[in-house]
Design a protein around this ligand. Sequence first.
Ligand code: GTP
Ligand code: MG
Length: 201
Amino acid sequence: MIVQSASFITSAPDLQRCPPVEWPEIAFAGRSNVGKSSLINCLLNRKGLVRTSSTPGRTQLLNFFVINENLYFVDLPGYGFARAPRSVRQQWQPMVHGYLKGRSTLRAVVWLLDVRRDPTAEDLEFLDWLEESNLPTIPVVTKVDKVSRNALPGRLKVIAARTGLEVEHFALFSCLKNTGRDELWERIVAAVESPRGQGEG
Ligand SMILES: Nc1nc2c(ncn2[C@@H]2O[C@H](COP(=O)(O)OP(=O)(O)OP(=O)(O)O)[C@@H](O)[C@H]2O)c(=O)[nH]1
Ligand SMILES: [Mg+2]
């Protein structure tokens, strides 16, 4: 994918205040601090476009980016940030679930897991919810630069076993090394081009 233009459009606090549906859309979801914003910057080749942070809970709204004037990326606030204020945690589910369920142009959810961490109960709960909602999901294991080549297959096995997904199903990614960028773009483009499957009625 050649990214000719990429820019931030707006932050929305809920589905109603999202920008008008105009283009196909891809959302990025996962635990706080898993690397969603970094991954978007890497896909777009724009280092500082999306704000990243070592402090979990950086992203608290639905952040819209427009790519090549024909595609939206949506950086979602992460879940599982225990130290976030209660008010933030209580808003998360209606905001994120409401958006994911209600956005007619959403083509897929890119769902991230950290290669070093075993998927948590919250990860599994979110995956279950995606499956129940019939939302096309592109699972990604990110930060693969953080484990050695030898350790990687073992980590992937654990992650696959816990999630019930096949190892081959995961796209592997590293923002640091630019690993997996082309493959993930291919899967995103395929999702954008295919009409939404079941669940759309
Ligand atoms: N080594 C390495 N570090 C990464 C990678 N991706 C992200 N990080 C680091 O992980 C931390 C969190 O990254 P973010 O992209 O801000 O994470 P996020 O998922 O957007 O976090 P929230 O907005 O809090 O939900 C930052 O310190 C990043 O530099 C990667 O592929 N490799
Ligand atoms: Mg973020």
